[in-house]
Write a protein that binds this ligand. Structure first.
Ligand SMILES: *Cc1c(COP(=O)(O)O)cnc(C)c1O
Length: 368
């Protein structure tokens, strides 16, 4: 049987070991006689699952003690509204928030935030079709911004911050807020440089339905009066992510992924593997005139690599041939076209090697 490699941007590949463990525990979790899906979220079994998941995530990212980890719902898109509703209350209304427009996902965050505050787009790379990040020295931050928002990895456009922007000095201590949906846990980060880190789980963590929020304690407790209770970080934190019923099965799978990641050697070890995988694929793209990736080299994403073929007319044949080789979900996002290979933590290097081998073979068949 052909080995399958799934390059989906999300929901995305999960470690096979995790899926096997979940299958083995499906009908009877640890002798409880129940599936995790059937358990009370307040029972001792599920409490042990969520506590272990939180502890392991805290260990993996070295989350400092003055940060809370929240397990929420609604995905990153809901959090785009939840963030202003929770952070603007620290300032007189109407408040201003700074946003960096670096691609499709940050553009979406900006659109949502405009419902709640004055948005200052402090920098944008739209004019260059998001082929590079706006350099930090051209950002025009506001003096009293409630916060500064970035998307640390643009899943659709394929650009990723390789640095943590310093924003506090320019803004009178505005917290840095980062949408890390598609690169959380893929590289070592210094959590203390951020006020809020958030992301949907379905790219690099687990199933859809779970949103991870890591928030500095002093930023909790400022929700605007109209913020729905289920989205008020104060209530969520005080109730240990159980103000309402949390997405229990998604949290369980995320917990298994965290344990898997620890067995891989943690984030520092997986980062080295992610670097090697990205290098292999970019090397193949740069070494060929048949394929291309248009992103500036110092802004290239290690997780999501869009690329195009010499002629778009060959796209369908490329995808059909890839599918035959077990290389799945390589079609690019409709707004960008071409191909996109998402190579998250759970994608082994063998998957990238198989893709590169297929690309070489396809090129030799189609270039004269
Ligand atoms: C996928 C993605 C989103 C959207 O997440 P939802 O869970 O669908 O709300 C937002 N931001 C980034 C960077 C993403 O990759």
């Amino acid at each position: 049987m052909t080995t399958i490699y799934n390059f989906s941007a999300g929901p995305a590949v999960l470690p096979k070991e995790v899926l096997q463990q979940a299958a083995a525990e499906m009908l009877d979790w640890h002798g409880s006689g129940m599936s995790v899906m059937e358990m009370s979220h307040r029972g001792k079994e599920f409490m042990s699952i969520i506590e272990a998941a939180e502890r392991d995530l805290r260990d993996l990212l070295a989350v400092p003690d003055n940060y809370r980890i929240l397990f929420m719902q609604g995905g990153a898109i809901a959090e785009n509204a939840i963030i202003p509703m929770n952070l603007l209350g620290r300032k007189p209304q109407p408040a201003t928030a700074d946003y960096i427009n670096s691609g499709s996902w940050s553009a979406k965050s900006i659109k949502e935030a405009k419902k709640y505050c004055n948005v200052n787009v402090a920098a944008s790379s739209e004019a260059s079709h998001f082929s590079a990040l706006p350099a930090r020295d051209v950002w025009r931050l506001s003096e009293h911004a409630a916060y500064v928002h970035i998307c640390s990895n643009e899943t659709i456009d394929g650009v990723e911050y390789q640095f943590v922007p310093d924003v506090a000095a320019a803004t009178g201590d505005a917290p840095l807020v980062a949408d890390m949906s598609s690169n959380i846990l893929s590289r070592v980060i210094d959590v203390s440089k951020y006020g809020v880190i958030y992301g949907g789980a379905q790219k690099n963590i687990g199933p859809a339905g779970l949103t991870i929020v890591i928030v500095r304690e002093d930023l909790i407790g400022h929700a605007l009066p109209f913020c729905p209770s289920a989205f008020d970080w104060r209530l969520v934190a005080d109730n240990h992510s159980m103000y309402n019923t949390p997405p229990t099965y998604a949290i369980y799978i995320a917990g298994l992924v965290f344990q898997w990641l620890k067995r891989q050697g943690g984030v520092a070890a997986i980062e080295q593997r992610n670097i090697a995988k990205a290098k292999l694929l970019y090397g193949a793209l740069d070494g060929s005139s048949f394929y291309s990736n248009k992103i500036a080299r110092d802004c290239r994403s290690r997780m999501n690599i869009p690329f195009s073929l010499r002629e778009d007319a060959l796209n369908a044949a490329f995808l059909a041939g890839a599918q035959e080789c077990g290389l799945l979900q390589l079609k690019g996002h409709k707004s960008v076209g071409g191909m996109r290979a998402s190579i998250y933590n759970a994608m082994p290097i063998e998957g990238v090697q198989a893709l590169v081998a297929y690309m070489k073979q396809f090129e030799s068949q189609h270039s004269q």
